[in-house]
Design a protein around this ligand. Structure first.
Ligand code: URA
Length: 278
């Protein structure tokens, strides 16, 4: 790709266009073997070798991060008042990152952050939306009939029913809190999500106790949906007389939230993970 030098340096995270002009003026910027002083100099990102004071500058057209979103942060690229999910990514090079889709402020879990608009469109395109699986703790005990209802579609007040969704009522996991000997390797995705839910409630000063699951005051579920309507999961449970107390996205398409990525942590997507999304 052929880019102007100042754009390339700004894209590489070295500063705004005005700031990088100063860098070009004051530092030793070398393109192949020649010193460059003009911000508008054209650089071939595939062939040219660019250095500043001897350090090589690589052009990264796209960046891809996976974040285990914590509650309390908004899913936006930028906001004048509040910290956003993009602000959490400290070692980003690009300034044009955005979250692929949105999770509510109080929802945790898998969020992809990138500047690859084509990939985001592919994942979110209406009609082609990839499967997204959520772990939720919801109010009350759930009738097994709901599994069929969720499959057939729910009226959540939109023009059309929701598309086929897969509901799994998870067996409650009251042993986890007591049995610390249980090894990490034995844990299922919902076991892990349950522990995150316990922390979530603790932070709010609430206690999610095992007996609540036992007495069916709350129920653990996994729900896979294939659309991205506003507050969709919450509205689906409200429409059937329940309420979502805790929500975490645990997968998107073939990509699963990695076991070792704790709430609030992020990392670059690996090539294998990128392949899964493609
Ligand atoms: N559905 C919701 O209700 N909230 C989310 O954050 C994601 C899906």
């Amino acid at each position: 790709m052929i880019l102007r030098l100042d754009k390339l340096l700004a894209d590489a995270g070295l500063g705004t266009r005005t700031e990088v002009k100063q860098i070009i003026k004051k530092h030793n910027v070398m393109l192949n073997d020649a010193k460059v002083v003009r911000p508008e100099t054209k650089v071939d990102t595939e062939k040219d070798i660019l250095t500043i004071d001897g350090k090589s500058i690589l052009h990264e057209e796209f960046e891809y991060f996976i974040l285990n979103k914590p509650a309390g942060i908004i899913s936006a690229a930028e906001d004048r008042k509040e910290k956003t999910v993009v602000d959490l990514i400290q070692d980003k090079k690009r300034r044009d990152l955005f979250p692929v889709g949105r999770l509510d402020r109080d929802t945790e879990g898998l969020l992809i952050i990138t500047n690859d608009g084509k990939m985001a469109n592919r994942l979110l395109k209406p009609g082609k939306h990839v499967d997204k699986t959520y772990y939720a703790i919801v109010k009350g005990s759930l009738d097994k009939n709901l599994i069929k209802k969720f499959k057939d579609g729910i009226d959540i007040g939109d023009e059309t029913l929701t598309k086929e969704a897969d509901l799994v009522i998870v067996d409650s996991a009251p042993y986890i809190l007591n049995e610390s000997a249980r090894s990490e390797a034995d844990m299922t995705d919902s076991d892990r999500a349950y522990l995150d839910a316990v922390h979530y409630f603790e932070k709010k000063g609430l206690v999610l106790e095992d007996h609540m699951l036992g007495e069916n005051k709350v129920t653990e579920v996994l729900l896979t949906i294939r659309e991205g309507r506003f507050h969709q999961v919450k509205r689906m449970f409200e429409a059937v007389g329940s309420e979502v107390y805790y929500l975490k996205r645990i997968s998107m398409g073939l990509l699963k939230l990695p076991d070792d990525l704790l709430v609030g942590q992020y990392r670059k997507l690996t090539d294998e993970e990128l392949e899964l999304l493609r």
